[in-house]
Design a protein. Structure first.
Length: 353
């Protein structure tokens, strides 16, 4: 099966499995797991931050960040297509009592600085004070797009000028950094805190890291405990994360190249619509519509592809996401394109023709 649903389906490398087997461990809740200490220090260094906190998932990392930065009733400003808003079960808002103020994401996932400026308000009798601005880079729901450093800088400056902190959901920050041609720390520099995933393109089996100042991470450690994220001999998992950071970052270029190859092929298939210029990292979104522009029901198409050995995932009406990752080769891309092309040719109704 060629699984293009997500880079979360990556399997740990042989080096990761060996590192997990050999990992030196201790009780991390007591602060005694040396492998977790090493991962957290390495992650903080990669982000240019003082400290890091190993968490089971990116969702927990983001929730930890918001609950640590904010008090109940503090307003959080974020995009209307933000992962924190759409795909994390409403955790931060539910557990923290945090009102979300949403703004429309631009095409590449950025926000309009002028709108952010207006949305950030002080606390009053009528309004919740804005405590936090959340950014995302790369922006998943916008197609794995990259927010430029200049856009990040302008948004960060608006927030900080008005006394508001910035959290960056950097689940795929290394993909963003590769696309921008800079170290990940340059992207992370605009966030007071940054979460990134080890278990997506970097191929670790489990885990994310929340990074920030030492004082912030000390507080976040207690938040993680309250959320049930105080793990014990979790160095077995952290060992894979160390391998991910040391060995799997540079190979993301292969995923980006395969995504561009996939996008170019999709553009040649009648009935599938994709703007190849928007394929900037490891994601290629395509759409299908009827002649009257109404979106096609994508489930029959996805089912036909699955029956032919290719998995994609729906991301809204008439919209399909494909993601390249470790384990997907250029040959797999050719095979997937062959499957998509055959479906469109032999079952044109499935793509709206």
């Amino acid at each position: 099966m060629i699984d293009l649903r997500s880079d979360t389906v990556t399997l740990p490398t042989p080096a990761m499995r060996e590192a997990m087997y050999l990992a030196e461990v201790g009780d991390d809740v007591f602060g005694e797991d040396p492998t977790i200490h090493r991962l957290e220090e390495l992650a903080a260094d990669r982000m240019g931050k003082e400290a890091g906190l190993f968490v089971p998932s990116g969702s927990m990392g983001n929730t930890c960040a918001l609950l640590t930065h904010c008090q109940r009733g503090d307003q959080v400003v974020l995009g209307d297509r933000a992962h924190i808003l759409l795909y994390e079960g409403g955790g931060a808002a539910t557990f923290g009592g945090l009102p979300f103020r949403t703004l429309p994401n631009l095409a590449n996932g950025a926000l309009d600085p002028a709108q952010v400026d207006l949305a950030i308000v002080p606390a009053s009798l009528h309004t919740p004070g804005t405590r936090l601005l959340c950014l995302e880079n790369t922006q998943n729901d916008c197609g794995g797009r990259v927010v430029t450093l200049e856009e990040m800088r302008r948004l960060s400056e608006v927030a900080h000028r008005k006394g508001t902190l910035v959290h960056l959901d950097g689940a795929r920050i290394f993909n963003a950094a590769l696309a921008l041609g800079v170290p990940a720390s340059e992207v992370a520099a605009f966030g007071d805190s940054v979460t990134f995933c080890l278990s997506k393109g970097l191929s670790a089996p489990v885990g994310s890291v929340l990074t920030g100042s030492r004082a912030f991470i000390d507080r976040a450690r207690r938040t993680r405990k309250m959320l049930g994220g105080g793990m014990r001999q979790a160095g077995i998992l952290a060992a894979a994360g160390i391998v991910a950071l040391e060995q799997m970052v540079d190979r993301l270029a292969e995923d980006h190249a395969n995504a561009r190859k996939l996008a170019a092929g999709l553009a040649e298939i009648r009935g599938l619509h994709i703007d190849t210029a928007t394929v900037e990292t490891n994601m290629a979104f395509f759409s299908m519509a009827h002649a009257d522009a109404t979106p096609v029901d994508i489930e029959p198409f996805l089912r036909a592809a699955r029956e032919s050995g290719v998995l994609g995932i729906g991301m809204g009406p008439g919209r399909v996401r494909t993601v390249t990752h470790y384990g997907i080769t250029a040959g797999d891309i050719d095979t997937a394109l062959g499957v998509f092309s055959r479906i469109a040719r032999e079952q044109p109704a499935l793509v709206g023709l």
